[in-house]
Ligand binder design. Structure first.
Ligand code: PEP
Ligand code: MN
Length: 271
């Protein structure tokens, strides 16, 4: 019988563990990644990242190139944003995550950012995935909003087959008939990926729900379901952000999420 795993050449065997700047991402370690949707200026980014660091978080996110649905919305600071990311990462020792949107940016961006994220709109951009197979940076591969688990795992296979085995899968919600939430978080993708693939699987409750008041429960649900990490849009003043305000949480909510860490990760013997 043909199954998804028959189609995967690389995603069997020992779970993949990614080591970056002395920190690990994988089945045994839970990874919190937090930060703004988009980088607006250097001072605010530094302030956010220092706060995350105080909370014991080692990874920060921030978009420099934004894939906005409307062409009239802010598209990010571009190269200047990359410079801010690098400066903040160098100053704090924190590990950076930012979205790569185009093949032509790969060489430059791989020098400025620690972990390159492929967004939902680019999951099927196979030429981008091949090029990311040639860099040393770990890759976060978000699930296409209309993609099946099989298509997503095969997209990861494109990166690995091209030479980069450091892929982290990110469930970020899929399109369904429901429109109360921005997308529908597919919690079942977590155990599915864990049974089909040896790659780490993290969850983005921000883009999946689009609703700030849901981030805590969805984060706890992801932790309880066995996810290997969370990617959460966080800002000290969520209402005043240019992009994705309504789904961005403040540090208070983030610390409430962290409070249940031991209890929920204990279910999976994760640290
Ligand atoms: C993001 O994480 O900044 C983002 C745009 O996410 P997605 O590609 O999942 O929409
Ligand atoms: Mn966003």
């Amino acid at each position: 019988m043909e199954t998804i795993s028959n189609k995967l050449k690389h995603q069997n065997g020992e779970p993949v563990e990614i080591n970056i700047k002395g920190k690990k991402i994988g089945r045994d370690h839970f990874t919190f990644i937090a930060g703004p949707c988009t980088i607006e200026n250097y001072e605010d980014l530094l302030k956010i990242v220092k706060h995350l660091q105080k909370m014991g978080i080692n990874f920060f996110r921030g978009g420099a190139y934004k894939m906005r649905t409307s062409p009239y919305n802010f598209k990010g600071l571009g190269k200047t944003g990359l410079e801010f990311i690098k400066k903040v990462a160098d100053e704090t020792g924190m590990i950076s995550v930012s979205e790569i949107v185009s093949v032509e940016d790969v060489d430059e961006m791989s020098e400025y950012v620690d972990i390159l994220q492929v967004g939902t709109r680019n999951m099927h951009n196979y030429r981008l995935l091949w090029k990311l197979g040639k860099v040393d940076n770990p890759i976060i591969l978000k699930r296409g909003m209309s993609s099946t688990i099989e298509e997503w795992l095969l997209a990861a296979e494109h990166v690995i087959e091209a030479g980069n085995s450091q892929v982290i899968l990110c469930e970020r919600g899929i399109r369904t008939f429901e429109n109360f939430t921005r997308h529908t978080l597919d919690i079942s993708a977590i155990p599915a990926v864990k049974s089909l693939s040896n790659l780490p699987i993290i969850v983005d409750p921000s883009h999946s729900s689009g609703r700030r008041e849901m981030i805590k429960s969805l984060s706890w649900a992801a932790m309880a379901a066995g996810a290997d990490g969370l990617l959460i849009e966080t800002h000290f003043s969520p209402d005043n952000t240019i992009c994705d305000s309504e789904q961005t949480i403040n540090f208070k909510i983030l610390s409430e999420i962290l409070e249940k860490k031991e209890e929920l990760l204990g279910l999976w013997e994760k640290k």
